[in-house]
Design a protein around this ligand. Structure first.
Ligand code: NAD
Length: 395
C-alpha cells in the first residue's frame, strides 16, 4: 500500500511504518551522539512510551545508559486498508533497534488507567526485570475510564471562570483567526483533573511499591508545562493547568513514598512546548509554537523532544548531577523557551501575525514538517512512492 499523509484538522489519519522507524533512528542517533549517561537508569518503566516525551524518555534511557525498558502505550494496530497509529510503528522501530543493540525491550499495548494493564505490567516487571529504578509517567489522553468507579472522564481544554478569546492558527490551512472558548463547567474541571491529574500516577507507584518492584533509590518523573502569559488562560490557568497542579500534588506524595524507599525521589519536569499529537489539539498553542520555533532556531536554542529529555537525563537526573529545582520543586527544561529575550520577542510578534504574514513572522513551515514527521512523513531516505507494508505485528 502506498501511504500518504491524510491530515484532518489537527490529526493525520495515516502513518508511515518506515518513516516512523527512521524518525526513531534519528532520535537514537541524537542520544548516542550525546555520549553515555553515567550512572543512568538501568531498568525503566515508561507509561506513555510510544510517542512524544515518553518515547524520547525510553530512547534516552535505552541508548543513553543501556537500560532495559518496558513500554506501555495505547495505540491502534493497522486494519484492512488502514495504517496503524504512529506510536505502533515507532514502538516496533524502537524495539527492533533495541534488540539489535542487545537491549531488553518489552511492550504492553492497552489502557494504562486500567487495573488489568497495571497487573500485567507488574507481572512482566517481576518476571523479567526484578525491579525498576525509574518510572516515567508521560500519558496524554483525552479520556479515562476510572478503574474503581467505571465512570468515563473526558478531559477538555477550556478556560476557567470566563470565556477566552485569542488568536489561533489552523495549521493545516494556514489561516489565523480569533477563537473564543467558553469556560469549563465544574464537572469538566473535575473530569480533566481525573484524566490528566495525578491520581493514576499515584496508583501506579503505590502498586509498584506494594509489590516491592521499586529498586532502592528508584526515581519517578512526570511532565508538565507552564509557558508564557499569552497561553495561560487556556493552559496554566485553564482546565489542563488545574490537572497539572494535581499532578504536582501527586508528585509530592510519590516523592515521600520514594524517599522512604532507599532515598529515591519523584518530581515534575516542566518541558518546552513542542509539536506532538497532544499539543496540536490545544487551541492557541500551535500559533505560539510556530513563533517560538522561529525565534529559538534563530537563537540556536531550538530543541525537540529528544533534545529536551537527553538534556534532562544528562544534566539533571544522572551523570553525577541532581535536579536544579525551582522554588516549587520542579525541574525546568523549559528554561531556554522562557528566556526573557525570547518571550519579549514572542510578545512583539504575537499581535502582528495575520494569515497573510504567517509564513514570514512564524515558522509555520517548521511546525508543519515537524507535525508530519510525527506520522513518519518527510524523513530523508524514505521512498514515499514505494509500496509499504502497514500490517506489522507488535513485538
Ligand atoms: P503524546 O500524545 O505524544 O504521547 C502520549 C502517550 O500516552 C502515547 O504514548 C500514548 O500511546 C499514551 N497514552 C495515551 N492514553 C493512554 C492510555 N489510556 N493508556 C496507555 N497509554 C496511553 O503526548 P506528549 O506531548 O508527549 O505528552 C506527554 C506528557 O508531556 C503529558 O503529560 C504532557 O502534558 C507533557 N508535556 C507536553 C508538552 C508538549 O508541548 N507536547 C510540553 C510539556 C509537557
Amino acid at each position: 500500500m502506498i501511504i500518504i499523509p491524510k491530515v484532518r484538522g489537527f490529526v493525520c489519519v495515516t502513518a508511515h511504518p518506515e518513516g516512523c522507524a527512521a524518525h526513531v533512528q534519528q532520535w537514537i542517533d541524537h542520544v548516542k551522539a550525546g555520549g553515555p549517561i553515567k550512572a543512568g537508569p538501568k531498568k525503566v518503566l515508561v507509561i506513555g512510551a510510544s510517542t512524544g516525551y515518553g518515547l524520547a524518555s525510553r530512547i534516552t534511557a535505552a541508548f543513553g545508559s543501556g537500560a532495559a525498558t518496558l513500554g506501555i502505550f495505547f495505540e491502534r494496530p493497522s486494519e484492512e486498508g488502514r495504517s496503524a497509529t504512529p506510536g505502533w510503528y515507532n514502538t516496533i522501530g524502537f524495539t527492533r533497534l533495541a534488540h539489535a543493540a542487545g537491549l531488553f525491550a518489552k511492550n504492553l499495548n492497552g489502557d494504562a488507567f486500567s487495573a488489568d494493564i497495571k497487573q500485567r505490567a507488574l507481572g512482566l516487571i517481576r518476571a523479567d526485570l526484578g525491579q525498576v529504578d525509574l518510572v516515567v509517567y508521560s500519558l496524554a489522553s483525552p479520556r479515562r475510564i476510572h478503574p474503581k468507579t467505571g465512570a468515563i472522564h473526558k478531559s477538555v481544554l477550556k478556560p476557567i471562570g470566563a470565556s477566552y478569546t485569542n488568536k489561533t492558527v489552523d495549521t493545516d490551512k494556514g489561516v489565523v483567526s480569533d477563537v473564543t472558548i467558553e469556560p469549563a463547567s465544574e464537572q469538566e474541571v473535575a473530569d480533566t483533573i481525573a484524566v490528566m491529574g495525578g491520581e493514576d500516577w499515584e496508583m501506579w507507584m503505590n502498586a509498584l511499591a506494594e509489590a516491592k518492584l521499586l529498586a532502592p533509590g528508584a526515581q519517578s518523573v512526570a511532565y508538565s508545562y507552564i509557558g508564557p502569559e499569552v497561553t495561560w488562560a487556556i493552559y496554566k490557568n485553564g482546565t489542563i493547568g488545574l490537572a497539572k497542579n494535581d499532578l504536582e500534588r501527586a508528585g509530592k506524595n510519590i516523592d515521600s513514598l520514594l524517599k522512604l524507599n532507599g532515598g529515591g525521589r519523584a518530581f515534575i519536569s516542566v518541558n518546552k512546548a513542542l509539536v506532538t499529537q497532544a499539543s496540536s489539539a490545544i487551541p492557541v498553542v500551535p500559533l505560539y509554537i510556530s513563533i517560538l520555533y522561529k525565534l529559538m532556531k534563530a537563537a540556536g536554542t531550538h530543541e525537540g523532544c529528544i533534545e529536551q529529555i537527553q538534556r534532562l537525563f544528562a544534566t539533571q537526573m544522572y551523570n553525577g548531577h541532581a535536579p536544579k529545582f525551582d522554588a516549587a520543586g520542579r525541574a525546568r527544561v523549559d528554561d531556554w523557551e522562557m528566556r526573557p529575550e525570547i518571550q519579549a520577542a514572542v510578545r512583539e510578534i504575537w499581535p502582528a501575525v495575520t494569515t497573510e504574514n504567517l509564513a514570514e513572522k512564524t515558522d509555520i513551515a517548521g511546525y508543519r514538517s515537524e507535525f508530519l514527521k510525527l506520522f513518519g512523513f518527510g524523513l530523508p531516505g524514505i521512498n514515499y512512492e514505494a509500496d509499504s507494508e502497514p500490517h506489522i505485528p507488535m513485538l
